[in-house]
Design a protein around this ligand. Sequence first.
Ligand SMILES: Cc1cc2nc3c(=O)[nH]c(=O)nc-3n(C[C@H](O)[C@H](O)[C@H](O)COP(=O)(O)O)c2cc1C
Length: 397
Amino acid sequence: MAFAGRHVVLGVSGGIACYKSCTLARRLTEAGAAVDVVLTHAAAEFVRPVTFEALTGRPVLTSLWERDRALAHIGLAREPDLVIVAPATAHLLARAAMGLADDLLTALLLARSGAVLAAPAMNDAMYAHPATRANARALAERGWSFVGPETGPLAEGPSERPGRMSEPEAILTAAERLLLQRAPWQGKSVVVTAGPTREHLDPVRVVTNPSSGRMGYALAEAAYARGADVVLISGPSDLALPFGVTAHRVETTAEMQRAAQALVTRADLFVMAAAPADYRPTQPSAAKRPRADGGLTIELEATPDILGSLKRPKKCVVIGFALEVGGNGLARAQAKLREKDLDAIILNDAHEPGAGFEVTTNRVTIIRRNGEPIELPLLAKRDVADKILDAVEQSLT
Ligand SMILES: Cc1cc2nc3c(=O)[nH]c(=O)nc-3n(C[C@H](O)[C@H](O)[C@H](O)COP(=O)(O)O)c2cc1C
């Protein structure tokens, strides 16, 4: 969404992480951006220009001296919405920090006044070197944004210090945040709950539900992309934490309630996208219950009602979810909105194909305190998340 119709320059300098830049070029193109790839001479030793040409469908530039493109570096500095440098080698950072302009990439970076996002990638000792630290600091002071590097395995072996380039997914999210930044979200604190919770019958058996956490994770990612500071209170989920989002992991509904109450006190927006277990065993067993022939009767009690008991600051906008099964869902969701004093409630139907738990899509109706319900078609959960945030954006003060 952030990339559709946008013009992005992807500058690639000569590091081993060039192979990940191919994925990045592909993903940017798939997301609708026009991507002009500019390679340094060293980068062209790692990946040939034709690879990027095939991935982006556009000519790739490697030299200041291309025929018929005499002032390409000025056009490519001024026109794009964003310049991404990935990987940014130690050498590239040094040249850019010094204001050198001895190839197409550094010349366009020197002529650029708009947004630049750099993803450094190098040996950990090179990154830790005071020269590289000073160069990165100088560029940050001049307005460059950075993503990574991460700690993790390097081409030369394992490492416990930063140096590894961030994954394309993280670079895309950081780029999206630069492109999307919307005034109402800057500096806002957003808390999202996601996933199921688990209530133990005994140490090895639980009462839970099949929620994957996808809707909440998509909301957290979308809020971060708009510029908010985001905390995700997540029940057990296998999903990767969205880039830039702080995780607060919980297991039971009571733990989720405690975390929600503690974090809501400084939140501007609280979204209850989790599907907490509504019941827990009255008497969980400390030891594994032996398998017995015949049935087993377990007494359950209600878990805490997280939204019902939430004490929120006045300024905090609160969104709940209503998972209904079949007819009359709208009326029940509207009643829940009033009872729980919510600003909006998102209605979805657990029995509808492609909606609800475990799937990557959802069909929802957004019901606000004021205004007509907004019925959305079946969409990817990330697109649903953006529509939900659009619907409440004007309530953020
Ligand atoms: C196999 C190999 C891998 C390299 N990997 C990196 C790297 O990951 N990061 C880095 O800063 N330099 C790396 N270098 C060194 C750069 O290629 C070298 O500094 C080059 O001058 C960078 O030029 P550029 O910044 O103009 O692309 C590597 C060199 C070789 C031969």
